[in-house]
Ligand binder design. Structure first.
Ligand code: G1P
Length: 297
């Protein structure tokens, strides 16, 4: 199996949960303190040594493309002013990675978005990062997933145990022990998208990090619409996991590090507070204010 050098990030979603902020602006550009969410996600791929990135975009996503492109006028102004700190902040996202774009066209679901990456990915394994989540830790979790994918020639998904009351928001896995020295790895024998509490096979949820094999494309092409009438990636993974005879298993790696859910207002705010508290520049002032403020609650 080849080395994973490519990542796909779907960014075509409408972001309706954040209206009206996302009426004229992509949800991926919502700032966490002063950096858009999408930049954290690209940084995660780069940290895992995956420098070639394809974003599957849609209408109204030009701001995402502009963010990762040069901004000549702004850069020239900052250069003239000699403001190297701000200049670096502007240039950072441009120099981060090699980014490509393809339009999703019809919004037919996550599986459909992934299928748009076929020409870019060609015949190689690749990472898939969903932009509603940020995963951070002392070591790159995506790099860990890639190592497992390479070692076992496997399809790999990130798993997190969630409360039963939340299983309906996720792809949920049926798991069994994987006979290997890697204690954080399990074999997945089936997957179901957004089950009801009563029918959920476990509380192990797929969170938005995957390492996929190119075989996934043929499986997606043959899928019928699933939950919500959408072409579901989970259904394609379920197909692959059923075939336990195959030499490429579907494995789950239990998430290490922290997952920040940027997908709804409450968790977005919580993530913003966490990341703001860790900032070198404003962290300690913010902490003081927050303590005082919360003592009044
Ligand atoms: C998607 C996937 C789901 C996965 C989730 C992770 O759902 O379809 O299987 O568990 O991302 O965040 P979405 O959140 O896009 O509805």
């Amino acid at each position: 199996m080849g080395k994973v050098t490519k990542a796909v990030i779907p960014v075509a979603g409408l972001g309706t949960r954040f209206l009206p902020a996302t009426k004229a602006m992509p949800k991926e550009m919502l700032p966490v303190v002063d950096k858009p969410v999408i930049q954290y996600v690209v940084e995660e791929a780069v940290e895992a040594d995956v420098p070639h990135i394809l974003m599957v975009t849609g209408r109204n996503k030009h701001a995402v493309e502009n963010h990762f492109d040069r901004a000549f006028e702004l850069e020239t102004r900052l250069e003239q002013k000699g403001d190297s700190a701000k200049l670096n902040a502007v240039a950072e996202s441009t120099e981060l990675a090699d980014i490509h774009y393809v339009r999703q066209g019809d919004a037919l679901g996550l599986g459909h978005a992934v299928s748009k990456a076929r020409a870019f990915v060609a015949n190689e394994p690749f990472a898939l990062l969903l932009g509603d989540e940020i995963v951070q830790g002392d070591e790159s979790f995506l790099a860990r997933m890639i190592a497992i994918a390479e070692k076992y020639r496997a399809t790999v998904v990130a798993l997190l145990e969630v409360p039963l009351s939340e299983v309906h928001k996720y792809g949920i896995a049926t798991i069994e022990g994987f006979p290997a020295e890697d204690a954080d790895v399990v074999r997945i024998t089936s997957l179901v998208e957004k089950p009801a509490q009563e029918t959920a096979p476990s509380r192990f949820a797929v969170v938005g990090r995957y390492v996929l094999q190119p075989e996934i494309f043929d499986v997606i092409d043959n899928l019928k619409p699933g939950v919500g009438g959408e072409i579901q990636l989970t259904d394609a993974l379920n197909e692959l996991s059923k075939n336990t005879e195959q030499e490429k298993p579907v494995l789950g790696v239990v998430l290490r590090g922290r997952r920040l859910d940027m997908g709804n207002q409450l968790t977005f705010l919580q993530a913003t507070v966490e990341l703001a508290l860790e900032r070198d520049d404003i962290g300690s002032d913010f902490r003081e204010w927050l303590k005082e403020y919360s003592s009044k609650l």
